[in-house]
Ligand binder design. Structure first.
Ligand SMILES: Cc1cc2nc3c(=O)[nH]c(=O)nc-3n(C[C@H](O)[C@H](O)[C@H](O)COP(=O)(O)OP(=O)(O)OC[C@H]3O[C@@H](n4cnc5c(N)ncnc54)[C@H](O)[C@@H]3O)c2cc1C
Length: 356
């Protein structure tokens, strides 16, 4: 079998890159292993143009968000499936300091999509939430139905004979100057999209991956309207299966990916103080985010092995930034002279060149 591109991994990066390459008329094969800890399936998959407690514009938001919306809408059409939902983010400040931060953000982002919910409209919300400091609103944010996107795309690939479920065996990859051989497959380029699985990839040694894990609870809360995303220290995101995604924490030091029972107890206490409706915890999930030193994505061809490329390191915001970078990488892979905008190739080359 001959393909132009063999893609290892079908999280959001492998999904988006294979979509772009197929759209560009390339022959593609995606190899992915079943993985309950796939970051893309544990993620809240929220696209938010603002970030952090100060509600400041996320880096490159003006570039990344329009690209993301356009890509997910095109995928909705192609797959005939609703994948992107426009949402309101309801923010419940926990104290005076958070109220001041929200006020400051409204002033700073004048004309943006932040405002306080008028007092008259708040009464109904008292049925669902305890609130001392009012409710801030941000409109719009977006939510990707990641489970549907990844599964529908997998089925699409299967129908094109472009998908194999298996663990990619690195020791069976032979890299030549202009192409690669993997088992029965000859591929012009292998693109590694394995998320945090990349730490086991001998071809990616030297790249500055860091380790960060996040815990997530899946809640049933039948009395809570599934019409918005709610935030108070924790975020509650309604899912297509009727449950609420509740997350998350960021841990940089850890030995395993067992559920953090201390965090779960903290989350349960916080939810008990916040929600007026009954809730039950249905599952506790854990995944690693593919973070890098300096929070810089890893995108491009290997400096010495032109038949190898990487698409990784999208960190905490893969659903926002993935579509833009997938389109950029597709152009880089298909057009010899193209260079990525908003990206330092030297940075990637410097780290990758350290490899023996
Ligand atoms: C708790 C949590 C909350 C998050 N919330 C958000 C959010 O709200 N918004 C947002 O934009 N981002 C969020 N993120 C970040 C987002 O999940 C990541 O940026 C993104 O999912 C990374 O995608 P990926 O394709 O690089 O990796 P992954 O989704 O992990 O996919 C990698 C794939 O490669 C496969 N693979 C690895 N090794 C091999 C091998 N040897 N052979 C075959 N297959 C292999 C894996 O099985 C997996 O399927 C969150 C992450 C976490 C953990």
């Amino acid at each position: 079998m001959h393909v132009d591109f063999l893609i290892v991994g079908q999280g959001i990066t492998g999904t988006l890159l294979s979509y772009e390459l197929l759209k560009a008329g390339k022959r593609v094969l995606v190899v992915d292993r079943p993985d309950a800890r796939k970051a893309s399936l544990v993620a809240g998959a929220v696209i938010n143009p603002l970030s952090g407690k100060g509600f400041r514009a996320a880096q490159h938001a003006a570039l990344l968000i329009p690209a993301a919306l356009q890509t997910y809408r095109s995928l909705e059409t192609l797959l005939d499936k609703a994948l992107l939902r426009e949402q309101t983010l309801y923010i419940f400040p926990g104290d005076e300091e958070e109220v001041r931060a929200f006020d400051a953000a409204i002033q700073r982002e004048a004309g943006s999509h932040l405002h306080w919910m008028p007092e008259a409209a708040r009464d109904e919300w008292g049925n669902y939430f305890h609130m001392e400091q009012g409710i801030g609103m941000q409109q719009p944010v977006w939510q990707v139905d990641a489970a549907s996107l990844l599964e529908c795309w997998r089925q699409y690939l299967v129908a094109q004979d472009a998908y194999r479920e298996e663990v990619f065996a690195y020791d069976q990859l032979v890299v030549n100057e202009t192409q690669t051989q993997y088992k029965d497959i000859t591929a012009g380029t292998v693109v590694f999209c394995e998320g945090t699985g990349a730490v086991h990839n001998p071809f990616l040694q030297g790249l500055p991956f860091t380790r960060n894990r996040g815990d997530v609870l899946l809640l049933s809360a039948p009395g809570l309207p599934a019409t918005g995303i709610y935030h108070r220290g924790l975020r509650l995101v309604p899912r297509a299966d009727g449950l609420f995604w509740c997350g998350s924490n960021y841990r940089w030091q850890f030995d395993d990916l067992e559920p953090d029972t201390g965090w779960q107890a903290y989350a349960e206490t916080l939810l008990g103080q916040w929600l007026r409706v009954p809730f039950a915890i249905e599952a506790h999930l854990v995944a690693e985010r593919p973070t890098t030193a300096g929070q810089v994505p890893l995108i491009g061809r290997h400096p010495r092995h032109a038949a190898l490329a990487v698409f990784n390191g999208l960190g905490t915001r893969g659903f926002s930034s993935g579509p833009y970078w997938a389109a950029q990488l597709c152009r880089l892979l298909c057009q010899k002279e193209y260079s990525l905008s908003n990206y330092s190739k030297d940075w990637l080359d410097r780290h990758w060149s350290k490899q023996a």
